[in-house]
Write a protein that binds this ligand. Structure first.
Ligand code: NAD
Length: 475
C-alpha cells in the first residue's frame, strides 16, 4: 500500500518527517500514516509535471485515449480492493464505495473517447477575405485540490479529462482520505500513464502547500472541489496569478414533491438523494419542500424507511449509513438538528447523539421546519431530512432559490410539463426530475451561483482543461 508521495514517477518521502494520521471513522482509531508533502514538495511536483507535460501533449490523442482506457479497465479490475480502501478511510457502506469506483473509472472510459474528438472550427471572416481557425490546445500544468467525500471519483473526474486534453497534473487529495488517491495513482502508472503526468502529494498543511503550488510559474490552472468557503480563499489566491479556475463547490439541494407525485417513487428517490454515501454528498437533498396535501404522508413514510436504515461500520453487511467523517461533523449536524427543534420543528425519527466509538449520527427526519431555519440555509452533510410544507408553487420556488447555492435540485410530479416548467425556474446547475440521482460522466456536472464555476464530465469537461487559440490567416 503506497504511503509516500508520487512525484515525477518516483515514490518518495516528503522533504520533512511530518506524517498524516489517517483515521478509521468507524472507530476513531488510526489506520496508518502517510507522508505529508511540504511546500518544497509541491514545487517539485509542479516541476515534474511541467517536464512531463511537453511529451504528453505531443503524444497522439489515440495513444492518450488508449492509456486512459487502460486506466478504466485497471480500476474496475481492482474495484473490490479500492472499495475496501474507501470504506476504511471514509467509512461509507461498501456498496456505495464499490459504486464510487465504477463511477470514478467511467471518467477514464468517457474521456478516452473524448481524447480523439476534441475539435476546433474553421470559418470565413465576415468580410470574406480572411479565415478564422480555432483550436483547443491543453492549458498546461493543472493543480487539483479534492475533498474527502468521494476519495476516488472527485480525483478521476478531473484527472481523466485533463489527461485526455494533454495536460499534466498535481493532485492534493484531502488529508482525511489520501490512501485511495495514492493507490489509484499507482494503478494509473501500471496502466501506462508516463512518469510525471500524474503527481500526487497529500499534505497536512494545505495553505502553504497551495501557495507554493500556485506560485510556480508553470502552473496554469487550479481545479478545486470542496466547500464554497475554501473555494473563495483559493479564488482570491488564483487572482494574484490570473490562473484559470474550475470550482465545484457546496450545495443546498431542495427536494420538491407535488401532491400528484407517485409517493412510493418519491420516498425511494428521497432515500437515494439523501442517504447515498452516508449522506455526505454535495448533491444531497438538504431541504424537502412538500406540497401540503401529501406533506404528512410523505414525512411519515420517509420517517419509517429512515428509521429502518442500519447504522454501523461501512464494511458490515446490511449497513446503510456509515460513520460521518469526524467528530466535528457529528457536532455540526447535531447542532443544526437541536436548533431546528428549539425553533419548533418536530422530530419524527432520530435526532439523538450516539455514544462512541466512531463518529455516528442516526438517520433523522424533522417535520414542520421553517424555511428560514439554519438547517435549511446550511449544508447539513449528514443523514437529516427537514421537511417544509408548501401550498403555493411560486412561494415554493422562491424558497427553493433563496440560497446562495445552486448545485442540485429534485422535483417529483406526475405532470411532466409542470416538472419541466418548475425545473427551468430553479437556479440550479442540475435537476433530477422524478429521479433521486443525477451523476453521470456523460452529463455536465456543476453548479450555478456560489456552487461553482465550470462543469465536469460530458464534452464540457474536457474543454475546461483547454485553451482556445484563434489563428487568423488567408489563402
Ligand atoms: P473543504 O473545502 O474543507 O476541503 C476541500 C479540499 O480543500 C481539501 O483537500 C482540503 O485540504 C483543501 N483545503 C482546505 N483549505 C485549503 C487552503 N487554504 N488551501 C488549499 N487547500 C485547502 O471541503 P471538504 O470538507 O473536504 O468537502 C466537503 C465539501 O465539498 C462540501 O461543501 C461539498 O458540498 C463539497 N463538494 C462539492 C462537490 C461538487 O462537485 N460541487 C463534490 C464533492 C464535495
Amino acid at each position: 500500500m503506497p504511503d509516500q508521495l508520487l512525484i515525477g514517477g518516483s515514490w518518495r518521502n516528503g522533504s520533512t518527517d511530518e506524517r498524516i494520521s489517517v483515521l478509521d471513522p468507524a472507530t476513531g482509531e488510526e489506520l496508518t500514516t502517510v507522508a505529508s508533502g511540504s511546500p518544497e514538495d509541491a514545487t517539485a511536483a509542479v516541476d515534474a509535471a511541467a517536464k512531463a507535460q511537453i511529451g504528453w501533449a505531443q503524444t497522439a490523442p489515440r495513444e492518450r485515449g488508449e492509456i486512459l482506457r487502460n486506466c478504466w479497465q485497471i480500476m474496475l479490475e481492482h474495484q473490490d480492493e479500492l472499495g475496501e480502501l474507501i470504506t476504511a478511510e471514509h467509512g461509507k457502506p461498501m456498496a456505495d464505495a464499490k459504486g464510487e469506483i465504477a463511477y470514478a473509472a467511467e471518467f477514464f472510459r468517457w474521456n478516452s473517447e473524448e481524447a480523439v474528438r476534441l475539435r476546433g472550427t474553421i470559418g470565413n471572416a465576415p468580410g470574406g477575405a480572411n479565415k478564422i481557425i480555432v483550436h483547443h490546445p491543453p492549458v498546461g500544468v493543472v493543480v487539483m485540490v479534492t475533498p474527502w467525500n468521494f476519495p476516488a471519483a472527485m480525483i478521476t473526474r478531473k484527472v481523466a479529462p485533463a489527461l485526455a486534453a494533454g495536460n499534466a497534473v498535481v493532485v492534493k487529495p484531502a488529508k482525511e482520505t489520501p490512501l485511495t488517491a495514492l493507490r489509484v495513482a499507482e494503478l494509473l502508472e501500471e496502466a501506462g500513464v508516463p512518469p510525471g503526468v500524474v503527481n500526487v502529494v497529500p499534505t497536512q498543511n494545505a495553505g502553504p502547500w497551495f501557495e507554493a503550488a500556485t506560485e510556480h510559474t508553470a502552473t496554469r490552472m487550479v481545479s478545486f472541489t470542496g466547500s464554497t468557503e475554501v473555494g473563495r480563499v483559493l479564488l482570491r489566491r488564483c487572482a494574484d496569478r490570473v490562473l484559470k479556475v474550475a470550482m465545484e463547490l457546496g450545495g443546498n439541494a431542495p427536494f420538491i414533491v407535488f401532491n400528484d407525485a407517485d409517493l412510493d417513487a418519491a420516498v425511494e428517490g428521497a432515500m437515494v438523494a439523501k442517504m447515498r454515501h452516508s449522506a455526505e454528498t454535495c448533491t444531497a437533498a438538504n431541504r424537502f419542500l412538500v406540497e401540503a396535501g401529501v406533506a404528512d404522508d410523505f414525512t411519515q413514510r420517509l420517517g419509517k424507511v429512515m428509521s429502518a436504515v442500519e447504522i454501523g461500520p461501512g464494511g458490515k453487511a446490511g449497513v446503510g449509513c456509515g460513520p460521518m467523517i469526524n467528530a466535528a461533523a457529528v457536532e455540526s449536524i447535531h447542532g443544526l438538528v437541536n436548533a431546528a427543534v428549539s425553533e419548533g420543528a418536530t422530530l419524527v425519527t432520530g435526532g439523538e447523539a450516539m455514544d462512541g466509538p466512531g463518529f455516528f449520527y442516526p438517520p433523522t427526519v424533522l417535520a414542520d421546519v421553517t424555511p428560514t431555519a439554519a438547517i435549511n440555509q446550511e449544508e447539513i452533510f449528514g443523514p437529516v431530512a427537514p421537511v417544509v410544507p408548501f401550498t403555493d408553487t411560486d412561494d415554493m420556488i422562491r424558497i427553493a432559490n433563496n440560497t446562495e447555492m445552486g448545485l442540485a435540485a429534485y422535483v417529483y410530479t406526475a405532470d411532466i410539463g409542470r416538472g419541466l416548467a418548475v425545473s427551468e425556474r430553479l437556479e440550479s446547475g442540475m435537476v433530477g426530475l422524478n429521479r433521486g440521482a443525477m451523476s453521470d460522466p456523460a452529463a455536465p456536472f456543476g453548479g450555478m451561483k456560489q456552487s461553482g464555476l465550470g462543469r465536469e464530465g460530458a464534452s464540457e469537461g474536457i474543454l475546461e482543461f483547454c485553451e482556445t487559440q484563434y489563428i487568423a490567416t488567408q489563402w
